[in-house]
Ligand binder design. Sequence first.
Ligand SMILES: NC(=O)c1ccc[n+]([C@@H]2O[C@H](COP(=O)([O-])OP(=O)(O)OC[C@H]3O[C@@H](n4cnc5c(N)ncnc54)[C@H](OP(=O)(O)O)[C@@H]3O)[C@@H](O)[C@H]2O)c1
Length: 346
Amino acid sequence: LKLILIGFGVVNQSLTKVLSQKSNDLLRKYGLKPKIVAVTDSQGTAINPEGLDPELLLRVKQLKGTVGSYPRFSQPSMNSIDVIENVDADVVVEATPTLGGDPEPGLSHIRKALIAKRHVVTTNKGPLAVAMPTLLNLASKNDVRLRFSGTVGAAIPILDLIEKCAKGDKIVSVSGILNGTTNYILTRMAEAEIEMKEALKEAQRLGYAERDPSCDLSGLDTARKLVILANLAMGKQASIKDVEFTGIENITLNDVLEAKKASCMIKLIGSASDRLKVEPVKISYNSLLCVRGAMNAITLKSELGGEITLIGKGAGGPETASAIIRDLIEIKCSITESIARGKILQ
Ligand SMILES: NC(=O)c1ccc[n+]([C@@H]2O[C@H](COP(=O)([O-])OP(=O)(O)OC[C@H]3O[C@@H](n4cnc5c(N)ncnc54)[C@H](OP(=O)(O)O)[C@@H]3O)[C@@H](O)[C@H]2O)c1
């Protein structure tokens, strides 16, 4: 499986490490032999059709700050779109950030890759939150897969569960804590009885919150994940415009302590049933959703199966790399199946 990595930050560096460490296992168990043929970051590009060396890629990025310094195979004249359109590959792994409300550059990366008939794995919520139905149609029209397990819940296989659960049953609602940063902040406010400003600083020091935490605090990050969940689980054709969202910025220490007196915690909950909503909600200590720290918890309710709740770490390099690997294995299986189908038809 020839891979193009777009973006070489926390996620794609973790993926590169894991692919290198687990190469024997992946080949033995799944017949998966990924070869990284191109990588781009915001400053440069490295391309080698025979495969780039993962260790060298990581070292070059660490020492020089860009994959554009990769010896002999740097391609300064090519940006990420040129790479997607011109380098021979099976899968594009898109892991660039979405800043503020702008779904670019990820949206163009994904669109161009699908049009060029490359399978896409993305961890970037922004493009899906604005254009998920269109992108899925584009993938289907071009007979390729668009997979996005890493966009919601990282290591929690919630999207895989939805695909399995939806067969023969109907998911009627989805709700949960989809953002670890706000959950960490609200938990610390309750446990240490500190103001939000202090809890946020702690979260930033520990790497749970970005320097600019506005997307998390405003509920936008949760709203994006909710769109992805609702579209996949409930067949909605929603975009971020359909979500009513309120963040946690106005939650005070007093609110948190009042909730504590009633054996509750305030949590930022995303929920999808008839409407898509994100808002701070008082949750009883007894609820399965009352998870602490940076954990995520997601409950699916289906007509026949009732409620299923998954709990786990919703972010982190290795956790998100594990989601990408699940997607790559899915794609490998679908390629193998379509080759087999082609042979039967012949
Ligand atoms: N980190 C997590 O735990 C996690 C979990 C789930 C989902 N995600 C999502 O996954 C995506 C990547 O996250 P991350 O943590 O890896 O972010 P990151 O560490 O900030 O890395 C982003 C990478 O994208 C590159 N980039 C930015 N603009 C680009 C462009 N136009 N063309 C090519 N490369 C470009 C950056 O280049 P430079 O290196 O040159 O700056 C950097 O290498 C984000 O959308 C994030 O929300 C992250």
